[in-house]
Design a protein around this ligand. Sequence first.
Ligand code: BGC
Length: 608
Amino acid sequence: MPANFKNEDTDVKVESLLSAMSLDQKIGQMTQPERLSITPEEVRTFHIGSVLSGGGSCPGDNYPADWVDMNDAYWMASMTASDEQLAIPLLYGVDAIHGHANVLGATVFPHNIGLGASDDPELIERIGRATAREVLATGVDWTFAPTLAVARNDQWGRTYESFSEDPSIVTRYADRMVNGLQADLGEEAVIACAKHWVGDGGTLNGMDQGETKLSFEEMERLHIAPYVPAIKAGVLTVMVSFNSWNGDKCHGHNQLVTDVLKGRLGFEGFVISDWDGVDYLAEDYSEAIALSVNAGVDMFMVSVEWRTFIEHLKKHVVDGTVPIERINDAVRRILRVKVQFGLFDKPRPAQRSGSNSPCFGAREHRELAREAVRKSLVLLKNEQGLLPLSKQSRILVAGRNADNRGAQCGGFTVEWQGTVGNTAIEDGTSIWEGISSAAPAAELSIDGRAADAERHDVAIVVIGENPYAEGMGDIRSSDDLIVEAGSMIKGKIKVLEAYGSTLELARLHPQDLETMATISRQGIPVVCVLVSGRPLVVNAELARSRAFVAAWLPGSEGDGVSDVLFGDFDFQGRLSFSWPKHGEQHPNIGDPVYDPLFEYGYGLRYGP
Ligand code: BGC
Protein backbone atom coordinates (compact mmCIF):
# COMPACT_ATOMS: atom_id res chain seq x y z
CA MET A 1 0.00 0.00 0.00
CA PRO A 2 1.51 3.35 -0.95
CA ALA A 3 1.74 6.13 1.63
CA ASN A 4 -1.69 7.32 2.57
CA PHE A 5 -1.38 10.97 3.35
CA LYS A 6 -5.10 11.34 3.93
CA ASN A 7 -4.96 9.21 7.02
CA GLU A 8 -6.91 10.58 9.98
CA ASP A 9 -4.82 8.87 12.64
CA THR A 10 -1.71 10.37 11.10
CA ASP A 11 -3.26 13.83 11.09
CA VAL A 12 -4.30 13.57 14.72
CA LYS A 13 -0.83 12.46 15.78
CA VAL A 14 0.89 15.14 13.69
CA GLU A 15 -1.33 17.92 14.96
CA SER A 16 -0.89 16.92 18.56
CA LEU A 17 2.89 16.88 18.17
CA LEU A 18 2.92 20.17 16.32
CA SER A 19 0.85 21.92 18.95
CA ALA A 20 3.32 20.88 21.64
CA MET A 21 6.43 22.03 19.77
CA SER A 22 8.40 25.20 20.43
CA LEU A 23 9.69 27.30 17.53
CA ASP A 24 13.20 26.01 18.26
CA GLN A 25 12.04 22.47 17.96
CA LYS A 26 10.19 23.18 14.73
CA ILE A 27 13.23 24.77 13.15
CA GLY A 28 15.39 21.90 14.39
CA GLN A 29 13.13 19.46 12.57
CA MET A 30 13.76 21.42 9.37
CA THR A 31 17.53 21.12 9.71
CA GLN A 32 19.74 18.33 8.35
CA PRO A 33 23.46 18.64 9.18
CA GLU A 34 26.14 16.30 7.90
CA ARG A 35 27.35 13.71 10.42
CA LEU A 36 30.89 15.09 10.55
CA SER A 37 29.66 18.39 11.91
CA ILE A 38 27.17 17.26 14.52
CA THR A 39 27.28 15.15 17.67
CA PRO A 40 24.37 13.25 19.22
CA GLU A 41 24.42 15.74 22.07
CA GLU A 42 23.88 18.58 19.59
CA VAL A 43 21.08 16.64 17.93
CA ARG A 44 19.34 16.62 21.30
CA THR A 45 20.06 20.24 22.17
CA PHE A 46 18.98 21.61 18.80
CA HIS A 47 16.07 19.17 18.24
CA ILE A 48 17.59 18.17 14.90
CA GLY A 49 15.17 16.37 12.57
CA SER A 50 17.65 14.55 10.38
CA VAL A 51 21.34 13.88 9.81
CA LEU A 52 22.98 12.71 6.59
CA SER A 53 26.13 11.11 5.32
CA GLY A 54 27.50 12.91 2.31
CA GLY A 55 29.14 10.70 -0.33
CA GLY A 56 32.06 8.87 1.31
CA SER A 57 31.29 10.12 4.83
CA CYS A 58 31.32 6.92 6.84
CA PRO A 59 31.50 6.04 10.53
CA GLY A 60 34.15 3.82 12.14
CA ASP A 61 35.53 1.13 9.87
CA ASN A 62 32.57 1.60 7.53
CA TYR A 63 30.86 -1.75 8.07
CA PRO A 64 27.12 -2.12 8.80
CA ALA A 65 27.68 -2.42 12.56
CA ASP A 66 29.49 0.94 12.57
CA TRP A 67 26.53 2.56 10.86
CA VAL A 68 24.00 0.96 13.19
CA ASP A 69 25.96 2.22 16.20
CA MET A 70 26.17 5.71 14.77
CA ASN A 71 22.51 5.99 13.94
CA ASP A 72 21.58 4.42 17.24
CA ALA A 73 23.42 7.20 19.06
CA TYR A 74 21.72 9.94 17.04
CA TRP A 75 18.33 8.32 17.40
CA MET A 76 18.66 7.91 21.16
CA ALA A 77 19.62 11.58 21.44
CA SER A 78 16.54 12.62 19.47
CA MET A 79 14.34 10.48 21.71
CA THR A 80 15.49 11.91 25.02
CA ALA A 81 12.40 13.74 26.21
CA SER A 82 12.47 16.61 28.70
CA ASP A 83 10.38 19.67 29.53
CA GLU A 84 11.68 21.55 26.48
CA GLN A 85 12.15 18.52 24.30
CA LEU A 86 9.48 16.39 22.70
CA ALA A 87 10.79 13.00 21.62
CA ILE A 88 10.78 12.97 17.80
CA PRO A 89 12.78 10.21 16.15
CA LEU A 90 15.57 11.33 13.87
CA LEU A 91 15.76 10.29 10.22
CA TYR A 92 19.14 9.33 8.80
CA GLY A 93 19.73 9.81 5.07
CA VAL A 94 22.32 8.49 2.60
CA ASP A 95 22.88 8.25 -1.13
CA ALA A 96 22.12 4.58 -1.76
CA ILE A 97 21.80 5.35 -5.45
CA HIS A 98 23.14 2.07 -6.87
CA GLY A 99 22.93 -0.15 -3.86
CA HIS A 100 24.15 1.01 -0.46
CA ALA A 101 27.49 1.62 -2.10
CA ASN A 102 28.98 3.97 0.51
CA VAL A 103 29.44 1.00 2.83
CA LEU A 104 32.21 -1.58 2.53
CA GLY A 105 30.99 -4.96 1.35
CA ALA A 106 27.69 -3.69 -0.08
CA THR A 107 26.19 -5.11 -3.25
CA VAL A 108 26.86 -2.46 -5.86
CA PHE A 109 24.28 -2.45 -8.65
CA PRO A 110 24.84 -0.95 -12.10
CA HIS A 111 24.39 2.81 -12.19
CA ASN A 112 21.08 3.98 -13.62
CA ILE A 113 22.33 4.41 -17.17
CA GLY A 114 22.88 0.64 -17.41
CA LEU A 115 19.52 -0.11 -15.83
CA GLY A 116 17.91 2.13 -18.43
CA ALA A 117 19.46 0.03 -21.19
CA SER A 118 17.96 -3.14 -19.69
CA ASP A 119 14.46 -1.66 -20.08
CA ASP A 120 13.13 -3.97 -17.39
CA PRO A 121 10.83 -2.25 -14.84
CA GLU A 122 10.34 -5.43 -12.83
CA LEU A 123 14.10 -5.73 -12.34
CA ILE A 124 14.16 -2.14 -11.07
CA GLU A 125 11.65 -2.95 -8.35
CA ARG A 126 13.67 -5.96 -7.20
CA ILE A 127 16.82 -3.82 -7.09
CA GLY A 128 14.98 -1.21 -5.05
CA ARG A 129 13.90 -3.89 -2.57
CA ALA A 130 17.38 -5.38 -2.23
CA THR A 131 18.85 -1.91 -1.76
CA ALA A 132 16.30 -1.14 0.94
CA ARG A 133 17.25 -4.32 2.82
CA GLU A 134 20.94 -3.38 2.72
CA VAL A 135 20.17 0.16 3.87
CA LEU A 136 18.11 -1.23 6.75
CA ALA A 137 21.00 -3.54 7.64
CA THR A 138 22.94 -0.40 8.54
CA GLY A 139 20.16 1.01 10.70
CA VAL A 140 19.44 3.76 8.17
CA ASP A 141 15.96 4.91 7.12
CA TRP A 142 16.21 7.08 4.04
CA THR A 143 17.94 7.01 0.67
CA PHE A 144 18.30 9.97 -1.67
CA ALA A 145 17.08 7.92 -4.62
CA PRO A 146 15.77 7.46 -7.25
CA THR A 147 17.35 10.06 -9.48
CA LEU A 148 14.69 10.89 -12.06
CA ALA A 149 16.93 13.09 -14.19
CA VAL A 150 16.46 12.94 -17.93
CA ALA A 151 20.00 13.67 -19.11
CA ARG A 152 19.93 15.51 -22.42
CA ASN A 153 23.62 16.23 -22.88
CA ASP A 154 26.24 13.55 -22.24
CA GLN A 155 28.76 16.18 -21.18
CA TRP A 156 26.91 16.27 -17.87
CA GLY A 157 28.93 14.51 -15.17
CA ARG A 158 25.75 12.97 -13.75
CA THR A 159 24.61 11.35 -17.01
CA TYR A 160 25.12 7.90 -15.47
CA GLU A 161 22.62 8.69 -12.73
CA SER A 162 19.97 9.03 -15.42
CA PHE A 163 18.06 6.03 -16.76
CA SER A 164 17.59 7.61 -20.16
CA GLU A 165 17.69 10.71 -22.34
CA ASP A 166 14.01 10.06 -22.99
CA PRO A 167 11.39 10.56 -20.30
CA SER A 168 9.51 7.39 -21.23
CA ILE A 169 11.89 4.91 -19.56
CA VAL A 170 12.44 7.18 -16.58
CA THR A 171 8.68 7.48 -16.20
CA ARG A 172 8.20 3.72 -16.44
CA TYR A 173 10.88 3.12 -13.80
CA ALA A 174 9.98 5.89 -11.35
CA ASP A 175 7.12 4.16 -9.53
CA ARG A 176 8.83 0.77 -9.66
CA MET A 177 11.90 2.09 -7.87
CA VAL A 178 9.74 3.90 -5.32
CA ASN A 179 7.72 0.72 -4.73
CA GLY A 180 10.89 -1.31 -4.40
CA LEU A 181 12.42 1.05 -1.85
CA GLN A 182 9.29 1.97 0.11
CA ALA A 183 8.00 -1.63 0.16
CA ASP A 184 4.40 -0.73 1.11
CA LEU A 185 5.88 1.04 4.13
CA GLY A 186 6.23 -2.35 5.81
CA GLU A 187 9.16 -4.01 7.54
CA GLU A 188 11.39 -3.83 4.48
CA ALA A 189 10.75 -0.19 3.66
CA VAL A 190 13.10 2.74 3.51
CA ILE A 191 12.06 6.27 2.59
CA ALA A 192 12.71 7.14 -1.05
CA CYS A 193 13.61 10.58 -2.40
CA ALA A 194 12.89 11.53 -6.00
CA LYS A 195 15.55 13.97 -7.20
CA HIS A 196 16.48 16.54 -8.39
CA TRP A 197 13.42 18.69 -8.83
CA VAL A 198 13.56 19.75 -11.59
CA GLY A 199 15.32 20.02 -14.93
CA ASP A 200 18.70 18.82 -13.59
CA GLY A 201 19.38 16.86 -16.77
CA GLY A 202 18.45 19.68 -19.10
CA THR A 203 21.17 22.24 -18.46
CA LEU A 204 22.93 24.09 -21.27
CA ASN A 205 26.11 22.30 -22.34
CA GLY A 206 25.33 19.64 -19.71
CA MET A 207 26.88 21.81 -17.03
CA ASP A 208 26.22 20.46 -13.55
CA GLN A 209 24.13 22.88 -11.48
CA GLY A 210 23.71 25.02 -14.59
CA GLU A 211 20.86 26.69 -16.39
CA THR A 212 17.92 24.89 -17.98
CA LYS A 213 16.31 27.06 -20.60
CA LEU A 214 12.97 25.63 -21.63
CA SER A 215 9.34 26.58 -21.95
CA PHE A 216 7.09 25.22 -19.22
CA GLU A 217 5.54 22.79 -21.71
CA GLU A 218 8.96 21.32 -22.57
CA MET A 219 9.94 21.23 -18.92
CA GLU A 220 6.78 19.30 -18.19
CA ARG A 221 7.16 16.86 -21.07
CA LEU A 222 10.83 16.11 -20.48
CA HIS A 223 11.65 16.63 -16.83
CA ILE A 224 8.47 16.84 -14.76
CA ALA A 225 6.80 13.79 -16.31
CA PRO A 226 8.74 11.12 -14.32
CA TYR A 227 7.68 12.68 -11.02
CA VAL A 228 4.02 12.00 -11.72
CA PRO A 229 4.20 8.20 -11.25
CA ALA A 230 6.69 8.60 -8.38
CA ILE A 231 4.20 10.80 -6.52
CA LYS A 232 1.34 8.45 -7.36
CA ALA A 233 3.38 5.63 -5.87
CA GLY A 234 3.64 7.67 -2.67
CA VAL A 235 7.24 8.81 -2.74
CA LEU A 236 7.71 10.38 0.67
CA THR A 237 10.39 12.97 -0.15
CA VAL A 238 11.63 15.04 -3.09
CA MET A 239 15.00 16.81 -3.34
CA VAL A 240 15.27 20.20 -5.01
CA SER A 241 17.83 20.64 -7.74
CA PHE A 242 20.83 22.94 -7.88
CA ASN A 243 20.03 24.05 -11.42
CA SER A 244 18.11 27.15 -12.42
CA TRP A 245 15.18 27.36 -14.76
CA ASN A 246 15.19 30.31 -17.13
CA GLY A 247 17.56 32.11 -14.78
CA ASP A 248 15.86 31.39 -11.45
CA LYS A 249 17.26 28.73 -9.17
CA CYS A 250 14.99 25.85 -8.21
CA HIS A 251 15.93 26.27 -4.55
CA GLY A 252 14.09 29.57 -4.47
CA HIS A 253 11.39 28.77 -7.01
CA ASN A 254 7.95 29.17 -5.50
CA GLN A 255 6.19 28.28 -8.73
CA LEU A 256 8.11 25.01 -9.20
CA VAL A 257 8.19 23.89 -5.58
CA THR A 258 4.90 25.13 -4.21
CA ASP A 259 2.56 25.63 -7.17
CA VAL A 260 3.64 22.77 -9.39
CA LEU A 261 5.08 20.08 -7.11
CA LYS A 262 2.92 20.51 -4.04
CA GLY A 263 -0.06 22.07 -5.77
CA ARG A 264 -0.66 20.66 -9.22
CA LEU A 265 1.08 17.34 -8.68
CA GLY A 266 -0.32 17.00 -5.19
CA PHE A 267 2.93 16.01 -3.48
CA GLU A 268 2.23 15.76 0.25
CA GLY A 269 5.57 14.52 1.53
CA PHE A 270 8.40 16.92 2.32
CA VAL A 271 10.87 18.71 0.10
CA ILE A 272 14.54 18.64 1.04
CA SER A 273 17.17 21.02 -0.29
CA ASP A 274 20.27 19.69 -1.96
CA TRP A 275 23.65 19.94 -0.23
CA ASP A 276 23.99 23.58 0.89
CA GLY A 277 21.73 24.36 -2.05
CA VAL A 278 20.37 27.42 -0.31
CA ASP A 279 23.84 29.03 -0.27
CA TYR A 280 23.74 29.84 -3.97
CA LEU A 281 20.47 31.74 -4.05
CA ALA A 282 21.84 35.12 -3.04
CA GLU A 283 25.03 36.78 -1.85
CA ASP A 284 23.39 37.27 1.53
CA TYR A 285 22.94 33.94 3.33
CA SER A 286 20.10 35.13 5.50
CA GLU A 287 18.16 36.44 2.53
CA ALA A 288 18.78 33.16 0.72
CA ILE A 289 17.26 31.19 3.59
CA ALA A 290 14.06 33.25 3.61
CA LEU A 291 13.75 32.89 -0.15
CA SER A 292 14.06 29.13 -0.01
CA VAL A 293 11.75 28.50 2.95
CA ASN A 294 9.15 30.80 1.42
CA ALA A 295 9.51 29.02 -1.92
CA GLY A 296 8.38 25.83 -0.17
CA VAL A 297 11.52 23.90 0.75
CA ASP A 298 10.78 22.05 4.00
CA MET A 299 14.04 20.55 5.21
CA PHE A 300 17.52 21.94 4.66
CA MET A 301 20.65 19.95 4.01
CA VAL A 302 23.15 22.34 5.58
CA SER A 303 26.37 20.41 5.85
CA VAL A 304 28.35 22.52 8.30
CA GLU A 305 26.64 25.91 8.78
CA TRP A 306 23.56 24.50 10.44
CA ARG A 307 23.82 26.68 13.55
CA THR A 308 23.89 29.84 11.43
CA PHE A 309 20.99 28.49 9.41
CA ILE A 310 18.95 27.94 12.57
CA GLU A 311 19.74 31.43 13.90
CA HIS A 312 18.75 33.13 10.66
CA LEU A 313 15.57 31.15 10.21
CA LYS A 314 14.47 31.88 13.75
CA LYS A 315 15.07 35.57 13.22
CA HIS A 316 13.02 35.48 10.02
CA VAL A 317 10.09 33.97 11.86
CA VAL A 318 10.33 36.48 14.69
CA ASP A 319 10.56 39.33 12.13
CA GLY A 320 7.75 37.91 10.04
CA THR A 321 9.87 37.52 6.88
CA VAL A 322 8.95 33.85 7.06
CA PRO A 323 5.35 33.32 8.20
CA ILE A 324 4.85 30.83 11.02
CA GLU A 325 2.22 29.12 8.81
CA ARG A 326 5.03 28.23 6.40
CA ILE A 327 7.08 26.75 9.24
CA ASN A 328 4.06 24.79 10.45
CA ASP A 329 3.43 23.49 6.95
CA ALA A 330 7.04 22.35 6.62
CA VAL A 331 7.09 20.65 10.01
CA ARG A 332 3.69 19.08 9.44
CA ARG A 333 5.03 17.52 6.26
CA ILE A 334 8.17 16.26 7.98
CA LEU A 335 6.19 14.76 10.86
CA ARG A 336 3.68 13.24 8.48
CA VAL A 337 6.47 11.40 6.70
CA LYS A 338 7.92 10.21 9.98
CA VAL A 339 4.53 8.98 11.16
CA GLN A 340 3.57 7.40 7.83
CA PHE A 341 6.87 5.62 7.66
CA GLY A 342 6.26 4.25 11.14
CA LEU A 343 9.38 5.83 12.59
CA PHE A 344 7.63 6.50 15.89
CA ASP A 345 6.80 2.81 16.23
CA LYS A 346 10.26 1.51 15.45
CA PRO A 347 12.64 0.57 18.22
CA ARG A 348 16.09 2.15 18.38
CA PRO A 349 18.24 1.23 15.35
CA ALA A 350 20.31 -1.28 17.32
CA GLN A 351 17.13 -3.23 18.08
CA ARG A 352 15.49 -3.19 14.67
CA SER A 353 15.04 -6.57 13.04
CA GLY A 354 16.76 -5.50 9.81
CA SER A 355 19.82 -4.01 11.50
CA ASN A 356 23.04 -5.95 10.95
CA SER A 357 21.11 -8.41 8.80
CA PRO A 358 23.22 -11.01 7.00
CA CYS A 359 21.39 -10.00 3.79
CA PHE A 360 23.94 -7.17 3.47
CA GLY A 361 26.15 -7.96 0.47
CA ALA A 362 24.68 -11.47 0.47
CA ARG A 363 24.82 -13.95 -2.40
CA GLU A 364 21.15 -13.45 -3.29
CA HIS A 365 21.65 -9.71 -3.78
CA ARG A 366 24.87 -10.26 -5.73
CA GLU A 367 23.04 -12.66 -8.04
CA LEU A 368 20.46 -9.97 -8.67
CA ALA A 369 23.18 -7.42 -9.41
CA ARG A 370 24.83 -9.91 -11.77
CA GLU A 371 21.50 -10.37 -13.57
CA ALA A 372 21.23 -6.58 -13.87
CA VAL A 373 24.72 -6.41 -15.37
CA ARG A 374 23.86 -9.06 -17.97
CA LYS A 375 20.69 -7.23 -18.92
CA SER A 376 22.33 -3.82 -19.16
CA LEU A 377 25.12 -4.62 -21.64
CA VAL A 378 24.59 -3.28 -25.14
CA LEU A 379 26.28 -4.98 -28.10
CA LEU A 380 27.15 -2.30 -30.64
CA LYS A 381 29.23 -4.31 -33.10
CA ASN A 382 29.90 -8.00 -33.72
CA GLU A 383 31.72 -8.57 -36.99
CA GLN A 384 31.65 -12.09 -38.33
CA GLY A 385 30.01 -13.27 -35.15
CA LEU A 386 33.21 -12.93 -33.09
CA LEU A 387 31.03 -13.10 -29.99
CA PRO A 388 30.11 -15.25 -28.18
CA LEU A 389 33.58 -16.51 -27.33
CA SER A 390 34.37 -20.08 -26.53
CA LYS A 391 35.57 -20.67 -22.97
CA GLN A 392 38.22 -22.90 -24.52
CA SER A 393 39.75 -20.20 -26.71
CA ARG A 394 43.08 -18.71 -25.73
CA ILE A 395 42.07 -15.29 -24.44
CA LEU A 396 44.17 -12.27 -23.61
CA VAL A 397 42.50 -9.76 -21.31
CA ALA A 398 43.83 -6.19 -21.33
CA GLY A 399 42.94 -2.58 -20.62
CA ARG A 400 42.95 -0.20 -17.64
CA ASN A 401 39.47 -1.18 -16.56
CA ALA A 402 39.85 -4.94 -16.95
CA ASP A 403 40.74 -5.67 -13.34
CA ASN A 404 39.34 -2.59 -11.70
CA ARG A 405 36.26 -2.98 -9.55
CA GLY A 406 36.48 0.67 -8.56
CA ALA A 407 36.22 1.86 -12.16
CA GLN A 408 33.34 -0.56 -12.78
CA CYS A 409 31.41 0.91 -9.86
CA GLY A 410 32.01 4.56 -10.76
CA GLY A 411 31.19 7.52 -8.53
CA PHE A 412 29.19 7.31 -5.29
CA THR A 413 30.97 4.11 -4.30
CA VAL A 414 32.78 4.10 -0.93
CA GLU A 415 33.98 7.62 -1.77
CA TRP A 416 31.95 10.44 -3.25
CA GLN A 417 34.15 10.39 -6.35
CA GLY A 418 34.47 6.59 -6.32
CA THR A 419 37.74 4.66 -6.09
CA VAL A 420 40.19 3.09 -8.52
CA GLY A 421 41.37 -0.52 -8.20
CA ASN A 422 39.98 -3.52 -6.38
CA THR A 423 40.74 -2.88 -2.72
CA ALA A 424 37.74 -0.82 -1.61
CA ILE A 425 35.13 -2.92 -3.39
CA GLU A 426 34.94 -5.99 -1.20
CA ASP A 427 33.59 -9.35 -2.32
CA GLY A 428 32.67 -8.46 -5.91
CA THR A 429 34.35 -9.59 -9.10
CA SER A 430 36.21 -7.47 -11.61
CA ILE A 431 35.44 -8.11 -15.27
CA TRP A 432 38.76 -9.95 -15.49
CA GLU A 433 37.91 -12.09 -12.46
CA GLY A 434 34.63 -13.05 -14.10
CA ILE A 435 36.37 -13.97 -17.34
CA SER A 436 39.13 -15.95 -15.68
CA SER A 437 36.76 -18.00 -13.58
CA ALA A 438 34.73 -18.91 -16.69
CA ALA A 439 37.82 -19.43 -18.88
CA PRO A 440 40.70 -20.42 -16.59
CA ALA A 441 43.27 -20.31 -19.41
CA ALA A 442 42.70 -16.58 -19.99
CA GLU A 443 45.73 -14.37 -19.40
CA LEU A 444 45.83 -10.80 -18.05
CA SER A 445 48.11 -8.13 -19.47
CA ILE A 446 46.80 -4.66 -18.63
CA ASP A 447 48.85 -2.80 -21.24
CA GLY A 448 48.49 -5.60 -23.79
CA ARG A 449 52.22 -6.09 -24.22
CA ALA A 450 51.94 -9.84 -23.64
CA ALA A 451 49.86 -10.12 -26.82
CA ASP A 452 51.19 -12.90 -29.01
CA ALA A 453 49.33 -14.20 -32.03
CA GLU A 454 50.90 -17.62 -31.47
CA ARG A 455 49.40 -17.84 -28.01
CA HIS A 456 46.21 -15.79 -28.20
CA ASP A 457 43.17 -16.37 -30.37
CA VAL A 458 41.31 -13.29 -29.21
CA ALA A 459 41.67 -10.33 -26.85
CA ILE A 460 39.10 -8.69 -24.58
CA VAL A 461 40.15 -5.09 -23.97
CA VAL A 462 38.33 -3.27 -21.18
CA ILE A 463 38.73 0.49 -21.42
CA GLY A 464 36.85 3.69 -20.58
CA GLU A 465 36.52 6.31 -17.90
CA ASN A 466 37.84 6.69 -14.37
CA PRO A 467 35.27 7.20 -11.62
CA TYR A 468 33.79 10.64 -11.04
CA ALA A 469 30.72 12.23 -9.50
CA GLU A 470 28.60 15.30 -10.12
CA GLY A 471 30.36 18.33 -11.65
CA MET A 472 33.73 16.59 -11.46
CA GLY A 473 32.49 14.42 -14.31
CA ASP A 474 31.50 17.33 -16.53
CA ILE A 475 33.05 17.75 -19.93
CA ARG A 476 33.64 21.42 -20.61
CA SER A 477 35.18 22.55 -23.86
CA SER A 478 36.20 25.91 -22.41
CA ASP A 479 35.99 27.78 -19.13
CA ASP A 480 34.23 30.60 -20.99
CA LEU A 481 31.12 28.47 -20.55
CA ILE A 482 31.21 29.16 -16.82
CA VAL A 483 31.14 32.90 -17.43
CA GLU A 484 28.33 32.42 -19.93
CA ALA A 485 26.29 30.40 -17.43
CA GLY A 486 27.00 32.94 -14.69
CA SER A 487 25.59 35.69 -16.85
CA MET A 488 22.30 33.81 -17.19
CA ILE A 489 21.76 32.59 -13.64
CA LYS A 490 20.58 34.79 -10.79
CA GLY A 491 22.49 34.14 -7.57
CA LYS A 492 25.84 32.42 -7.31
CA ILE A 493 27.14 29.54 -9.36
CA LYS A 494 29.31 26.75 -8.08
CA VAL A 495 31.29 24.91 -10.70
CA LEU A 496 33.68 22.07 -10.01
CA GLU A 497 36.78 21.20 -11.99
CA ALA A 498 35.69 19.29 -15.10
CA TYR A 499 36.71 15.73 -16.03
CA GLY A 500 37.95 16.81 -19.42
CA SER A 501 37.33 19.00 -22.42
CA THR A 502 36.07 16.40 -24.88
CA LEU A 503 33.86 13.33 -25.08
CA GLU A 504 36.34 11.72 -27.44
CA LEU A 505 37.95 8.80 -25.63
CA ALA A 506 41.05 8.81 -27.82
CA ARG A 507 41.80 12.30 -26.49
CA LEU A 508 40.59 11.74 -22.93
CA HIS A 509 42.49 8.50 -22.38
CA PRO A 510 44.83 7.93 -25.33
CA GLN A 511 46.46 4.94 -23.64
CA ASP A 512 43.31 2.89 -24.27
CA LEU A 513 43.75 3.13 -28.00
CA GLU A 514 47.46 2.33 -27.64
CA THR A 515 46.61 -0.85 -25.75
CA MET A 516 44.19 -1.85 -28.48
CA ALA A 517 46.72 -1.04 -31.19
CA THR A 518 49.44 -3.06 -29.45
CA ILE A 519 47.15 -6.07 -29.62
CA SER A 520 45.49 -5.63 -32.98
CA ARG A 521 48.86 -5.00 -34.67
CA GLN A 522 49.60 -8.63 -33.92
CA GLY A 523 46.54 -9.62 -35.90
CA ILE A 524 44.65 -10.68 -32.79
CA PRO A 525 40.95 -9.83 -33.03
CA VAL A 526 39.77 -7.44 -30.33
CA VAL A 527 36.54 -7.45 -28.34
CA CYS A 528 36.25 -4.05 -26.73
CA VAL A 529 34.31 -3.58 -23.50
CA LEU A 530 33.71 0.06 -22.66
CA VAL A 531 33.24 0.96 -18.99
CA SER A 532 31.82 4.47 -18.94
CA GLY A 533 29.16 6.65 -17.41
CA ARG A 534 27.88 7.81 -20.79
CA PRO A 535 28.25 7.25 -24.50
CA LEU A 536 31.69 8.48 -25.56
CA VAL A 537 33.00 9.27 -29.02
CA VAL A 538 34.82 6.02 -29.74
CA ASN A 539 35.17 5.96 -33.52
CA ALA A 540 38.86 5.10 -33.36
CA GLU A 541 38.30 2.35 -30.80
CA LEU A 542 35.38 0.94 -32.79
CA ALA A 543 37.60 0.79 -35.87
CA ARG A 544 40.17 -1.23 -33.89
CA SER A 545 37.56 -3.73 -32.61
CA ARG A 546 35.73 -6.60 -34.22
CA ALA A 547 33.18 -6.59 -31.42
CA PHE A 548 32.20 -3.73 -29.11
CA VAL A 549 30.17 -3.80 -25.91
CA ALA A 550 28.93 -0.81 -23.90
CA ALA A 551 29.03 -2.03 -20.30
CA TRP A 552 28.22 1.32 -18.63
CA LEU A 553 29.13 1.25 -14.91
CA PRO A 554 28.20 -2.31 -14.04
CA GLY A 555 29.00 -2.23 -10.30
CA SER A 556 30.54 -4.89 -8.14
CA GLU A 557 29.47 -7.98 -10.09
CA GLY A 558 31.81 -8.03 -13.08
CA ASP A 559 31.02 -11.68 -13.79
CA GLY A 560 27.77 -10.53 -15.36
CA VAL A 561 29.91 -9.35 -18.28
CA SER A 562 31.54 -12.73 -18.89
CA ASP A 563 28.14 -14.45 -18.62
CA VAL A 564 27.19 -12.71 -21.84
CA LEU A 565 30.59 -12.63 -23.63
CA PHE A 566 30.68 -16.43 -23.43
CA GLY A 567 27.10 -16.81 -24.58
CA ASP A 568 25.64 -18.30 -21.40
CA PHE A 569 23.12 -15.49 -21.80
CA ASP A 570 22.18 -13.37 -24.80
CA PHE A 571 22.42 -9.60 -24.92
CA GLN A 572 19.23 -7.86 -23.91
CA GLY A 573 20.30 -4.21 -23.55
CA ARG A 574 19.25 -1.49 -25.96
CA LEU A 575 20.58 2.04 -25.94
CA SER A 576 18.57 4.36 -23.72
CA PHE A 577 20.95 7.11 -24.89
CA SER A 578 21.69 7.95 -28.52
CA TRP A 579 25.35 7.43 -29.38
CA PRO A 580 27.15 10.48 -30.83
CA LYS A 581 29.19 10.52 -34.01
CA HIS A 582 31.46 13.29 -32.83
CA GLY A 583 32.08 15.47 -29.79
CA GLU A 584 29.97 18.39 -30.93
CA GLN A 585 26.94 16.23 -31.47
CA HIS A 586 24.49 15.73 -28.56
CA PRO A 587 21.72 13.75 -30.18
CA ASN A 588 18.47 12.91 -28.43
CA ILE A 589 15.66 10.78 -29.79
CA GLY A 590 12.96 13.08 -31.13
CA ASP A 591 15.37 15.81 -32.29
CA PRO A 592 14.18 17.48 -35.52
CA VAL A 593 17.51 16.52 -37.09
CA TYR A 594 18.56 13.15 -35.70
CA ASP A 595 21.70 11.52 -37.04
CA PRO A 596 23.53 9.64 -34.26
CA LEU A 597 26.11 6.93 -34.77
CA PHE A 598 23.82 4.42 -33.05
CA GLU A 599 20.19 5.28 -32.56
CA TYR A 600 18.25 5.18 -29.33
CA GLY A 601 17.03 1.58 -28.94
CA TYR A 602 19.94 0.08 -30.86
CA GLY A 603 21.46 -3.16 -29.61
CA LEU A 604 22.49 -6.39 -31.31
CA ARG A 605 21.75 -9.89 -30.10
CA TYR A 606 23.11 -13.38 -30.74
CA GLY A 607 19.69 -14.84 -31.29
CA PRO A 608 16.81 -13.60 -33.37
C1 BGC B 1 24.04 15.78 -4.55
C2 BGC B 1 22.82 14.98 -4.15
C3 BGC B 1 23.11 14.15 -2.93
C4 BGC B 1 23.64 15.03 -1.83
C5 BGC B 1 23.94 14.27 -0.54
C6 BGC B 1 24.66 16.50 -3.39
O1 BGC B 1 25.91 17.04 -3.73
O2 BGC B 1 23.69 16.70 -5.55
O3 BGC B 1 22.39 14.17 -5.22
O4 BGC B 1 21.96 13.45 -2.54
O5 BGC B 1 24.82 15.68 -2.26
O6 BGC B 1 25.08 13.51 -0.64
